[in-house]
Design a protein around this ligand. Structure first.
Ligand code: FES
Length: 578
């Protein structure tokens, strides 16, 4: 490897020669880089190859990513078989249960870390290995902003668990059985045993939660190879798709493209919204897609998403809205087969990272006879999509409900509000036997949004008050500015925007007010006169800022985070300006 002076108009530096550290002498920078990297035993031949960066998101704190070391080895094999040089580098890794205060608080941090390390280090393309809920969104956001050729490789879903003859899935059954335990119908001994069975292998939650939803979306956007979103984490096919991903990334490195901005087009995002509705996917994915699209200067419309939902049926029979799990979805043909059933709603001309257009991916879908997991439009799980967008004086900038997982009898309901001011308030009073609450009431939780909590935790599916749970009440309308886990179910109105902490109407609700929810009409109304609301608005005081938010990342978060309808991204991370 020799130092290379770039004349004006000469081709852009590639491989080890790109992105040199600045010492004021490019030749010295390259010499120094060479000297240090040779400590790793690399030959000049290796160092002259195109470079494929590979993110390492393995962490002892992230069991969902337990197979990442094996995937990295398989990706490296693919890269080297294609004649390029793989370079593995660490990034932030986020697991749902090990992220205080909440994983969403850290998504933007991971996106910044990933973007900047792609930019800072010499690589001609990058393989992004992720899976646990916030990681694939963060990596897509980073890929969009860095705009270097990239392939996404999900880690894949876990296999199902078993307990006393019942099939278990994380984390739909975590919540269901915990609810039974709270209600006193499931023993302490059994709940302890179940904790060993709910997540029985490496990989991501195997219901159609956020991780599985994002796996399908990665494929639909065209950013990952077909099947990569659903092959079980522990199956040998996953290593083969990892190897193929490495080969593909090496080709992208040689060709210098296509770039993420050429794959994630408006049409690709619209296709992703279609699939999101048809899988009865996680509500979180709407926030994440909004954030990824925003990075590319594309504004996703909540109205269009709702319109898609009125036309596109739910076709996938997976928990939490159906009966099966991700491994069954995969062996039924996976996302390609699903898209085949949806092709009337999709823009099949969209390019994919594999070089094929979406139509070719769909044409190659495996047709599994007699499978029942992916239905046809003539025999859907539900005739319309899984989610709806609500508007009204309580949610002027929108709110979302996953009606596919809600109680049908509550989708049109007017009731008395019972308000909890914060998560702390909910924790203190929610289970108080003296709490004045009836089954027909509407529970309101506020100050749990992007700024309020902070990080918009997955608290929207908060538990039914203990005294009602013990009396057998299984579902109530719950409204909040929080999110909910994609694995949860219930009649839950989420992402109310603007949030209460910035003075949104949710801040003005009082216990005893009447609230009307009408999902068929897409409305969410606080039945209080405007004059009274104006009085309340005048006397409203913003809540105290969250603890420790005066400095550091928490301070940055408070200053920059946007509302749910803008993807909860940071304001300053919008599209690159010319
Ligand atoms: Fe990692 Fe569910 S906790 S995907």
């Amino acid at each position: 490897m020799t130092s290379e002076k770039r004349e004006p108009g000469a081709p852009k530096a590639t491989g080890m020669r790109q992105g040199l550290a600045t010492y004021g002498d490019a030749g010295f920078s390259l010499f120094l880089r060479k000297a240090f990297i040779k400590a790793g035993g690399y030959s000049d031949d290796a160092l002259d190859r195109p470079i494929v960066g590979i993110t390492n998101t393995f962490s002892d704190y992230n069991p969902c990513h337990g197979n990442v070391p094996d995937l990295i080895e398989a990706v490296k094999r693919g890269v080297m078989l294609a004649g390029a040089l793989p370079m593995v580098f660490p990034t932030v890794s986020i697991h749902e249960s090990f992220s205080h205060p909440t994983s969403m608080f850290l998504r933007n941090l991971m996106s910044i870390d990933t973007e900047e390390m792609i930019r800072a280090q010499p690589m001609d393309s990058v393989v992004l290995i992720g899976g646990c809920d916030k990681t694939l969104p963060a990596q897509l956001m980073a890929a969009a902003s860095a705009d270097r050729p990239a392939v996404v490789l999900p880690v894949g879903p876990m296999l199902v668990g078993h307990f006393k003859g019942e099939v278990l899935g994380a984390c739909t059954d975590c919540r269901r059985l915990w609810g039974q335990y709270r209600a006193g119908t499931f023993s302490a001994e059994d709940i302890e045993k179940v904790s060993e069975r709910l997540a029985p292998t490496k990989g991501t939650c195997m219901v159609m939660g956020t991780a599985s939803t994002m796996g399908c979306i990665v494929e639909t956007l065209g950013m990952g190879l077909p099947g990569s979103g659903s092959i079980p984490a522990t199956h040998s096919d996953r290593l083969r798709v990892a190897e193929a991903t490495g080969r593909l990334a090496a080709e992208l490195a040689v060709k210098h493209g296509p770039k993420p901005s050429e794959i994630m087009t408006e049409g690709a995002f619209r296709n992703a919204l279609v699939v999101l509705q048809a899988i009865g996917g996680s509500t979180n994915a709407l926030v994440h897609l909004t954030a990824v699209a925003r990075r590319l200067g594309i504004a996703l419309s909540l109205e269009e998403f709702d319109l898609i939902g009125r036309k596109v049926p739910v076709l996938v029979d997976l928990k939490p809205s159906g009966d099966h799990y991700m491994e069954h979805f995969h062996w039924a043909g996976g996302n390609s087969r699903l898209m085949r059933e949806l092709r009337n709603h999709l823009d099949e001309r969209c390019p994919t990272i594999s070089g094929r257009i979406l139509k070719e991916v769909i044409d190659a879908a495996e047709m599994v006879p007699d499978q029942t997991v992916i239905r046809t439009p003539a025999n859907p799980i539900k005739p319309t999509g899984g989610m709806a967008v609500l508007r009204g004086n309580l949610a002027p900038r929108g709110a979302v409900i996953k009606h596919a997982a809600a109680s049908p009898n509550l989708l049109t309901h007017t009731g008395r509000a019972v308000v909890f001011d914060s998560l702390e308030d909910l924790a203190q009073r929610g289970d108080d036997p003296a709490l004045d609450v009836e089954p027909d009431d509407i529970l309101v939780l506020r100050n749990a949004g992007p700024k309020g909590a902070p990080g918009m935790p997955e608290a929207g599916s908060f538990p039914i008050p203990m005294k009602l749970a013990r009396a057998g009440v299984k579902d109530m309308i719950r409204i909040s500015d929080a999110r909910m886990s994609g694995t949860a179910f219930g009649t839950i109105v989420l992402h109310v925007a603007p949030e209460a902490a910035v003075g949104g109407p949710l801040a003005l609700v009082r216990t005893g007010d009447r609230i009307s929810l009408d999902v068929p009409k897409r409305s969410l109304e606080l039945l209080v006169g405007e004059a009274e609301l104006e009085q309340r608005r005048k006397s409203w005081q913003p809540p105290a800022p969250p603890a420790d938010s005066g400095r550091g990342y928490a301070g940055l978060f408070q200053k920059e985070v946007l509302q749910a309808d803008q993807g909860v991204d940071f304001d300053f991370l919008g599209p690159a300006r010319p």
